[in-house]
Design a protein around this ligand. Sequence first.
Ligand SMILES: [Zn+2]
Length: 224
Amino acid sequence: MSDIYTAQPWNCGDSDCLLGWHKESFWHYEDGTWTVDRYTDGNHQKCEPEDVPTWEQEEAAWVRYAEDVAETGEDPLSVFTVERTYKRTARWEFQYTPSILGMILVSARKGDRGPSVKTGHLPETVRDCSGAGEEAQGRYVFLGWEGPDGKINKSRDGLLLAIVHDDDARLTSEARGLRFTYPIERTVYRKETAITRDLKAAAKRYIKRRRKQRKLAADRKHQA
Ligand SMILES: [Zn+2]
C-alpha cells in the first residue's frame, strides 16, 4: 500500500518541450521508502527522503508556476479552471406547409430576420428540433403529435397541438400552413485571447491568496 504524499510543478527548461512544466509526485510506502514519479505518468523511481519537498518548498513551486501562468496566460498543467465554452440560445423559426404526406417542413431561419434556409441545408441540431423526420424523396414531414388516446396526429391540427403543448415553442403565423419558433442552444468556443486573459487573472488571484495566507500564518507565529 502506498499513498501519494505530495506533488509539485517543475520546469524542464527544454526549449523543444511543448509543455515546459511538469508535475512530479512523491509516494511514501509502509516500509518507509519513497518514490518519485517525475512526470506523474506512472513511471516511478526510488528516491531519498531528502528529495521530498517540504510543505514550504512545494508551495513556493506552485507560486512559481502560477507566476509563469500569470505572465504567459498558458497553463500546461491545467491547474486553473476557466470557462472554454459557453451556451448561446437562438430562436429558429420553422415554416411548415400542408401536403398529401402531412405537414412538410419547407424552410427555417434564425431569428425573425435571418435568411431562409431550405430544410435539406439546415444544421442537424436545428433540424432535430423542428419536429420533422425525413421521408422518402428527401422531404421532411412532421412526425406527429401523440394525443392522450395514444393516436399519432400528423395533420395540421396535430402540428398546431404540438406547438401549443410545447412550452418552448411559440406560434408566429398560421398563414401558408404553420410557422413557429423554437429556442435552440449551441456551444460557442471562446476566443483564445479571452481564455488567456482569464488564466492570467486566475493565476494572479492564486498568488495573491497565497501571499495573504502566508502573511496570516506569519502573524500568528509572531503572536504566539
Ligand atoms: Zn518538458
